[in-house]
Design a protein around this ligand. Sequence first.
Ligand SMILES: [Zn+2]
Length: 208
Amino acid sequence: MDIKQIFKNNQNWVQTKLNVDSNYFNNLSKGQNPDILYIGCSDSRVTAEELMGVSPGEAFVHRNIANMVPNTDLSVMSVIDYAVLHLKVNHIVVCGHYYCGGVKAAMESQDLGILNPWLRNIRDVYRTHRKELIEINDEDKRYKRLVELNVQEQCINVIKTAEVQRAYRERGLIVHGWVFDIHSGRLIDLKIDFSKILENVMDIYRLE
Ligand SMILES: [Zn+2]
């Protein structure tokens, strides 16, 4: 990777935008008003804006290894808080992807140092859904299913937060679970039953 090339690319990009709209960056500097919070994986093959076809200003984005939402992680919790309370997004997406290295690592028994506590959250997902997962003999299929179940569990982690529960009641905010299939390039909606999950979650995690 030629770092100098990146600056050339940037110059070209600026010019392309200005050719279409000479006020493009002036307008961009005035503020952001995204309607969607996207929580995805840091994987270099899974871009956020590009795969959704959205422009700068349209999506608030958080990415980490394996699109996790641990409720004790200050970074992701701050992003959710800011997106819901200040930007007032109406959609939160947790987007996982097949062939996720983080999920793969959590399926294997190896010591990965500082990554251990992070990946343990995925091992917890495996434990929670162990019965379903051990029934799947094909390792590739089991791996894919764990990716989907991890997305579902991270959606639940989003729904556990007080600000999301409040925004759901006040303005009908919705949480979506998606998987990006690297093999086909397609985005798959897992059609997570948001209201049912919310009902179960509220039973235990209701804060007011
Ligand atoms: Zn990944």
